[in-house]
Design a protein around this ligand. Structure first.
Ligand code: DGP
Length: 113
């Protein structure tokens, strides 16, 4: 989608620290980490949040999370992690392209606790 910063990252128009990519998703490092490990899982298809997602998009998202569960060791998350998705400005969503925060390691900030 035009003017969506995460769509631009997915298309390679804006650089990012890419951790993993396949046909469904991109995993990148968050520019403003809130934990020792802070990645963002970005579904490639644009939708704003889980409320706007279609059934097909929900199936893709579930597939992405299942793939993530198979990459725990290579992502350095073997000691545990949290998945967070903010919906709406009151929940601190600042980018209107659904994304899952992947938080692992020692917390740097208790904002999301
Ligand atoms: P949220 O507040 O839930 O919408 O989280 C948006 C996150 O996206 C926030 O933690 C910072 C991150 N972010 C914003 N712009 C960029 C960017 O250009 N590159 C990367 N890697 N992360 C970004």
């Amino acid at each position: 989608m035009e003017n969506c910063i995460f769509c631009k990252i997915i298309k390679g128009e804006i650089p990012s620290a890419k951790i993993y990519e396949d046909e469904d998703m991109l995993i990148i490092k968050d520019v403003n980490p809130q934990a020792k490990i802070h990645y963002l899982l970005l579904p490639k298809q644009h939708f704003a949040n889980i409320v706007e997602m279609t059934d097909a998009q929900a199936q893709t998202l579930a597939r992405c999370i299942k793939k993530l569960s198979n990459m725990v060791d290579e992502l350095g998350l073997q000691d545990g992690f949290r998945l967070v998705s903010n919906k709406g400005a009151h929940a601190c969503q600042s980018v209107e392209h659904l994304h899952i925060h992947i938080l692992g390691g020692q917390q740097l900030d208790d904002r999301m606790c």
